[in-house]
Design a protein around this ligand. Sequence first.
Ligand code: 0L1
Ligand code: MG
Length: 259
Amino acid sequence: MDRATAKELAKLLISAEVDRREVSRISLDHPDLSVEDGYQIQEQLVQWKLEAGYRIVGPKMGLTSQAKMQQMNVNEPIYGYIFDNMVVSGQELAFNELIHPKVEAEIAFVLGRDIEGGGITGAQVLAATEYVLPALEIIDSRYRNFQFTLSDVIADNASSARVFFGSKLARPDELELDLVGVTLSINGQIRELGAGAAVVGHPAHSVAMLANMLARKGIKLKAGQTILTGGITGAVMLNVGDSVSAKFDGLGSVEFRVT
Ligand code: 0L1
Ligand code: MG
């Protein structure tokens, strides 16, 4: 795909996000849209946001569960970027800023040192991690009815929209991160549950995969970045008035209300 087309498609997705309206998936008009094209559009979208003054908090991994990968018929997760304006402080999610948000529970890693190069392992990630913390990611596909191909969702910055971080930080060696159990409740009812192992076997493995995917593009993970590792639970559709609460074994809870 040429740069001008990628830029134009990135603009379409940005205006959908800004105007809070669904758009048709790109692959309907571009049936040959490849994964590479998707990342090219994503790069243009990221560039636009950087030029608009937003700051990258960190990259995120998506489609990290076997269930989601099978559903999309892929064997590798995807990545996108969380920007500073996506991080919600306080405990309210403004529904009218979004299109059709869903919530999923994740573990985030904050790096103490850069991670660079290919062949990175989970053990190397754990050694480079300052601390981990619980998170609730809000995904909000800009595509009509959350309908997309793999390349479409990559272009759409992996549906990134908002994130709530918990306040409990832990050193990565204080917990068996693959065994951390999580429940996700809406209005007091458990809707989803899982353990850290749902994320490609271990959340640190997800960060290692991310480091290796980025290394292929000459990009490194940087000290201070906060990385979302992927959904431990399935994603649940949100409605105005919902009270959302996720409990993480050993990592406390994260809560918010949809207003
Ligand atoms: O964070 C994620 O796992 C989102 C990946 C994109 C798929 C989706 O929007 O459901
Ligand atoms: Mg996610």
